[in-house]
Every structure is written in structure tokens, then in C-alpha cells.
Design a protein around this ligand. Sequence first.
Ligand code: HEM
Ligand code: SF4
Ligand code: SF4
Length: 531
Amino acid sequence: MIGAIRGVLRAGFSVIERPFERLFTPTLNPLAQLGALGFFFFWIVAVSGIYLFIFFDTGIERAYQSVEHLTWDYRFHAGVMRSFHRYASDLMVVMMVVHLLREFSLDHYRGVRWFSWITGLPIIWLLYVSGITGYWLVWDKLAQYVAIVSSELLDWLPIFGEPIARNFISTGTLTSRFFSLMVFMHVAVPLFLLFIMWIHILRISRPKMNPPRTLAILSLVALVAVSVWKPALSQGQADLATVPAEVGLDWFYLPLYPLTGIWGNGAVWAFLGAFSLMIGLMPWLPPLRRAKPAEIDLAHCNGCARCAEDCPYEAIRMVPRSDGMPFPTQAAVNASLCVSCGICVGACPSSTPFRRSEDLRTGIDLPEYSLKMLRERVIYAAGTLKKPGRVLVLACEHGAAAGRLDATVVMPCVAMAPPSLIDFVLSRDLADGVVVAGCAESACYNRLGVQWTEQRFARQRDPYLRARVPRERIATVWASPLEMGKAQSAIADFAAHIADLPPMRLRSPLPVSAVSRPGKNREPAELKGDS
Ligand code: HEM
Ligand code: SF4
Ligand code: SF4
């Protein structure tokens, strides 16, 4: 059931994202920058909030007047800042919800990756509490409505001795102290939110916390345009002698408020509790089958730290050398953070398929899918190819080409294949061309696999693809599992191009003894990761 919902959502995102990628380029695709945009809008809310505070009077009597004053008398700076503050916080909700759905659709929340998901739950609560307390401060009719409904909701819980809704019976009962508490909360809760946002990304390396500059400028321009077109305004001063008859709601922050009148407070709490429980349990519904984590082979580790640099999940640390070898450090894997993506294997300078030894060893390897197995599978798959135009496909198990049956070697992430493997395939005449086929460019399942592969091929990142490897014989295809057709036709076009090329000048053909039948590619059920 959950798998089916995930599939539908993923299809939906895929349909929306491809035009976005064409319009903005994969790097600027806003759907691939949602977390970064969330941070960006947080900073806008924080800066505009500090600016508004200069003009704001925290006393209950004067709060409304001070907000009116800044909105109308200083409309070109403080007024605009008020709109910025309002709309950027609305956008934070939008970003958060779409980000949650996208991470869910990409299955980025189970197994070792539960941490970011679970820390997302307090983020949802804290963001809502920040927004709702903000509405109280304006002390207009909407604030009055929010204050009454919120306190009735809180009173339903057996926490407070005295019902707090009593504060809002008349002007006399609402004290400035209570109002000051709200001001304090509206400052303290967002600070705590920022702290949890920082925790949220602790277990991933190089988190995208700043959107690309063009996207940031476009978002700012859009905010300015909306602020000018529809400035944030108050809805008439609160009057505790009357019940607000009709107020314009902010549907981003207050969608449940009308439901308290229809369902009752108990039902709204039940809904919130069920939602939180569901989010809290989801990483284990069902749990992800965990492959064994990467292991270090100290005899082949020179402490170069490339694996630690490339690991997308902060799973590798460099620690002092323990085996007396003349290197200051060695790599150490934190098994509880490792998702077994194999990207470190592709980064290690010892991962050299050219080594003649039968037992191919490297500095860091996956116990269940070693470099040796990868080399064997490559050699075997290449052996099934027919001339002319022999094309071998190295495919990520999360991308479109994973389902291909012909001459395709599937692995947890294409960045597991060191560039020397491609050199090996071409220079040993195992194939006439190699396709590296991974996830869609802006939706890499292992976050950085596509990026590292591109950079290694472009000679911008160690380990480089050597200059001697003929580039016209290598193609990359980035496509999600829903784009099988696109991947197949790209591979077919490349095969036709390879067939037209003159034969390669060979350096060192493979000895016949190296070609033996390897274990199979991983089974599809195993690849999906459901237990
Ligand atoms: C304002 C709210 C939020 C902000 C600013 C935010 C920010 C971020 C950022 C910057 C990343 C790293 C993205 C990357 O570089 O790949 C991230 C990842 C993630 N977030 Fe959020 N997030 C928010 C809310 C949430 C919520 C509510 C959930 C879910 C309940 C959630 C779940 C995740 C997950 C599952 C990941 C991916 C971790 C991975 O790839 O292993 N986030 N978030
Ligand atoms: S397998 Fe992936 S997650 Fe594990 S240590 Fe290597 S790069 Fe990091
Ligand atoms: S990349 Fe290889 S050699 Fe370098 S630190 Fe990691 S395991 Fe050791």
C-alpha cells in the first residue's frame, strides 16, 4: 500500500520535474532545492522579523497601532518587510510539504536515512507554532480568532490548571504579561526551529543549504512582486467585546482551525496525534533491507581521505593510523550511517580493476558486492555482446536502466564504478562503448552519485577518468525508472554511433582466463529494498 502511494507520487513528481529541468536546467530545478529554499526563506523571515521588531510595540494596547503604523507610514520599507515576513513564512510551509512528499516519493526516509525524516516531525510542529504565535501579535480580528481557537484547543488537553481561554473573555482579563509571553514564544520557537533544522541535516554530507544564486534571486523577485501586488494587511483591531464574525484565514498555517468548529477539539487533536504517529513510524513501514556496510582493508588504504570526501552520508571518518604503516591516517566506517551505496569504492585510488591478482582487493569495499564481483560481472556481461557496436551499460539500481537485461551491470550507484573500470572495459576490448546510466540528474537516490560521476569524467574530481580513454565511446544517461523509453532510446542511439566509429587501437586485451561466469546481478526484489 505505502509502496503504491510512493509509486504514484514519484510518477507525479517525475511528470512535473522533467519540464522544470528543461525550463530551469537540472541544477536550478526548484524541486531539487526544496530544503535549500526552506533555509533561504527562513533567513528572509528572520531578517524581516528583526526589522519589524524595531517598529513593533509589545504592549497589548499598542500592538495593533504599531503594526498599522509600520504598514502605512513606512510602507516602502517596513510595510514591504511585513509582506516579506508573511509570504516567506507561507512559502516555508509550501517548501516543507513538497519537500516531505518528494523525499517520501524517492524513498529517502527508510533504513539508515530515518534520521532526517524523524527530525522533520518536530520541524513541522515548530514551524506551525512559530506561524500561529505570529498571527497573535498583530492583535487584529484574525489574531483574536486565532487566540480564542488556539486556547480552546489547548484547554482541551489536561495540562493547564486554569483554562487559558478565560484570558480572552474581555479586555480586562487579557494581561500584557500574557501578550509578552506570546512575543517571547514567537522569537524563541523559531530559534529552536533553526536548531532542529541544523540537527535535521547532521547526518548527510554537503547538505544543500543555499539555493543557487539565480534561484534565490528569482524567489526574491517573486516575493517583491507579491508583496507589492497584495501587501500583508491587518483585519481591523481585535475587540474582545465582540466575537469576530468573518476573518480571512491564512490557509497555509491555519487549515485546521475551521475544523475545530466542525469536528470538535478532541477530533482535531486525534488527527494531529495520528498524523505525527504515522510520520514517526513510516521509516519502519516496512523496514528497508540493509546490505552490509562498507569495510576498510587497511593493507590497501593509504589514508588519502577521498572516500570520506565522497561519502554522501557522513559515514566515513579519518582516524589516526593503527597498523604502523607510514601514513598519518586511515579511513573508518561508521556502520550505523552507511547505506552501502558503494560511492566510496569508486573513490578509492586502490580500486583498480587492472590489477591482475585473482582476489582483487581495494581500500574500502562492500562485503555483499565487492569490486571483484563488479569486475567479474562486467567481464561476463561484455562477453555476451556481439560485434559491431558492442555497448556495455553500467546501471544504477535506482535508475531507468536497472531493468535492462542485455549487457547491463547493475550496482547500488553508478559512482561505485571507478573511472578506471571504464578504461579497463575499453582498453581490454571488452566493449566498443560504455553507457553509464543513473538516476534522473536532479533526483540522485544517493544524493551525490550523479554529481561525482560527472566530475570524475570531467577530470574535476579524483579519481579522474584518464585522458587516454576515448570520450566519444562513453555516454551518460540520467533517467528515473519512469523514463525507461528515454533511457532505451539514448542507449540505442549511442550504440548506432559506436557502430559507425572506426575500430579502436587496443593496448592490452584481457587474458582469456579472466572470463568466468560471475554471480548474477542483484534480484529486482532485493534491489527495491523491501524486506
Ligand atoms: C522547513 C523545513 C525543512 C527544511 C528547511 C529542510 C531542509 C533539508 C535539507 C537542506 C536537506 C538536505 C537536502 C540535500 O542536500 O540533499 C533535507 C533533507 C531531508 N529532509 Fe528536510 N527539511 C525540512 C523539513 C523536512 C520534513 C518536514 C521532513 C519529513 C518529515 C524532511 C525530511 C527530509 C529527508 C528524508 C531528507 C533526506 C535525507 C537524505 O537524503 O538522506 N524534511 N532537508
Ligand atoms: S557505502 Fe556509501 S554510505 Fe557507506 S561508507 Fe561508502 S559512500 Fe558512505
Ligand atoms: S579512498 Fe581508499 S585509500 Fe583513500 S582513505 Fe579511503 S579507503 Fe583509504
